[in-house]
Design a protein around this ligand. Structure first.
Ligand code: 13P
Length: 243
């Protein structure tokens, strides 16, 4: 069984004062039986050096360095104390026009810097309603995951775009169908694909976490809004520990 992972994506939220939330989380889950990852804004990564949790960036540039004003390389994230980075989040794909090929290149850059990549995929509402979800997932999996991926350096996050920040969650059957499909594709392509972790993301809360974690091939969650406050994230971590 892949090791379970509770990941929080703070997105463009968080000032130094908010790091107190991590202290509260540490008091409750400092020796959790699952992996805990926090992806704060890049400005806070180095300020997280004392937390026992894994820290991740939310994006990285394809290059190691160079004339790219405002961008951050994977090596810089690692240097600041990150061990993970999200790649291909749907907000990056939508806001910054990131393609599968760019996501694959960023992910390779993450590997080169020694980071674990959390590669995000997921269909839009139009794709879901048009019945093309699994085709979209296949295209994203094929295009976004580099050949060098393995269970140690890669986590897949299935985040239906229409479930992010909306309070709408797919049915457990829908989550199960996509996760089983992803697992099938990973095991066909990678020798350790059965060990690669697959997270669900999109409106995960304390109130729905346990049922989501009961679905086969759900190895944890990538949580946005409910990861900002320890009181909201803590029940999700507990649900994962108990799953
Ligand atoms: P919410 O949990 O706020 O829906 O966000 C999910 C997400 O995008 C995590 O990366």
């Amino acid at each position: 069984m892949p090791r379970k992972l509770a990941a929080g994506n703070w997105k463009m939220n968080g000032l130094r004062a908010n790091l107190a939330e991590l202290e509260t989380l540490e008091a409750r889950h400092g020796d959790a039986g699952v992996d805990i990852l926090i992806c704060p804004p890049a400005t806070l990564i180095s300020a997280c050096e004392d937390t026992p949790f894994d820290i991740g960036g939310q994006d990285c540039h394809v290059s190691e360095s160079g004339a790219h004003t405002g961008d951050i390389s994977a090596e810089m994230l690692a240097d600041a104390g990150a061990s993970y980075v999200l790649t291909g989040h749907s907000e990056r794909r939508a806001d910054h026009g990131e393609t599968d090929a760019m996501v694959a290149t960023k992910t390779q850059a993450a590997y080169d810097a020694g980071l674990i990549a959390v590669i995000c995929i997921g269909e839009t509402l139009a794709e879901r309603e048009g019945g093309t979800t699994l085709t979209v997932i296949d295209t994203q999996l094929n295009g976004s995951i580099p050949e060098a991926a393995n269970a140690e350096n890669t986590v897949i996050a299935y985040e239906p775009v229409w479930a992010i920040g909306t309070g709408k969650v797919p049915t457990l059957e829908q989550i199960g169908e996509v996760h089983a499909h992803i697992r099938d594709r990973l095991t066909n392509r990678f020798s350790d694909g059965s060990e690669m972790r697959i997270l669900y993301g999109g409106s995960v809360k304390g109130s729905n976490a346990a049922e989501i974690f009961s679905v086969a091939h759900v190895d944890g969650a990538l949580v946005g809004g409910a990861s900002l406050k320890a009181d909201d994230f803590s029940p999700i971590i507990t649900a994962l520990e108990n799953s």
